[in-house]
Design a protein around this ligand. Structure first.
Ligand SMILES: *[C@@H]1O[C@H](CO)[C@@H](O)[C@H](O)[C@H]1NC(C)=O
Length: 206
C-alpha cells in the first residue's frame, strides 16, 4: 500500500516538472499590412532594423532568433508554394540561399551543410506550407597562411540549425526562418516547432 502511494506521489511530481517545461507562454504576432501571422514565445524580444520584415530573438540565447521575409510584391507572381517544386527541391534552393547569405570572404573558412528534412502540410487555412530543416557548420583555420600543415589548426566556429516555413499568398512568397545553435535545439525543439506550426499567410483585402 505504502509502495503504491509513494510511486503515485512520485509520478505526480514528474508530471508537474513536465508541465513546467511546456508552460512557455506564446503571443500572436499579426502583420495585417504584409499579410502573415505566427505565435512566438512571449519573452522573446523584437529587434528593429535587423534586415527582415520582422525579427524576434530569445532574451538569453542571442543566436536563437526568428525572422520573416516576404518577396517583393511588384516582382513576384507566385500562385502556390508548389511553384518552388516539390519540398525536396525547395530545400535545395533554401540551402543554396543560406550558403550564399553566410558566405565568408575570410581565408580558411569552410562550411559543411546538410538538409535534415523537407515536408509539406496543409494547414487549417487550407493552404500548403513547406517545412525545411537544414544544418550548417562553419569551420575556420586560425592560421591559413602557415607553411606547415600542422600549424593550420582548424576549429569549429558554429553549428546551427535553420528551420524554415514557406507559404504563398497575395502572389508573394513568405518565409519564416528560425535560427538556433544545434546544442540549444534539443531543449527548445517543442517551442520552435510550435512557432513553425503557427505560421500563416493571410489574404490582403485589395
Ligand atoms: C540570429 O541568430 C544567428 C545565428 O543563429 C546570428 O548569427 C545572428 O547574428 C542573429 N541575429 C541577430 C540580429 O541577433
Amino acid at each position: 500500500m505504502a509502495l503504491i502511494l509513494s510511486s503515485c506521489i512520485f509520478s505526480q511530481i514528474e508530471g508537474n516538472a513536465a508541465f513546467a517545461q511546456q508552460s512557455v507562454e506564446f503571443r500572436e504576432f499579426i502583420d495585417t499590412f504584409d499579410g502573415y501571422s505566427f505565435n512566438y514565445p512571449k519573452n522573446w524580444i523584437q529587434v528593429r532594423g535587423a534586415n527582415a520584415d520582422i525579427f524576434f530573438r530569445d532574451p538569453f540565447v542571442l543566436d536563437e532568433n526568428l525572422s520573416v521575409e516576404v518577396s517583393s510584391p511588384s516582382s513576384s507572381s507566385y500562385k502556390s508554394v508548389e511553384d518552388l517544386g516539390p519540398p525536396e527541391e525547395a530545400g535545395q534552393k533554401v540551402l543554396r540561399q543560406y550558403l550564399t547569405e553566410f558566405m565568408s570572404t575570410r581565408l580558411g573558412v569552410r562550411r559543411e551543410s546538410s538538409i535534415l528534412s523537407t515536408s509539406s502540410r496543409i494547414a487549417d487555412d487550407g493552404k500548403m506550407y513547406y517545412q525545411i530543416e537544414v544544418n550548417i557548420k562553419s569551420y575556420a583555420s586560425n592560421n591559413e597562411l602557415a607553411v606547415m600543415p600542422q600549424d593550420r589548426v582548424v576549429r569549429k566556429e558554429w553549428d546551427r540549425r535553420y528551420l524554415s516555413v514557406l507559404g504563398v499568398e497575395n502572389n508573394q512568397l513568405y518565409e519564416l526562418r528560425l535560427q538556433v545553435p544545434e546544442n540549444v535545439f534539443v531543449e527548445e525543439e517543442n517551442d520552435l516547432r510550435r512557432v513553425m506550426d503557427s505560421f500563416r499567410v493571410n489574404k490582403l483585402s485589395a
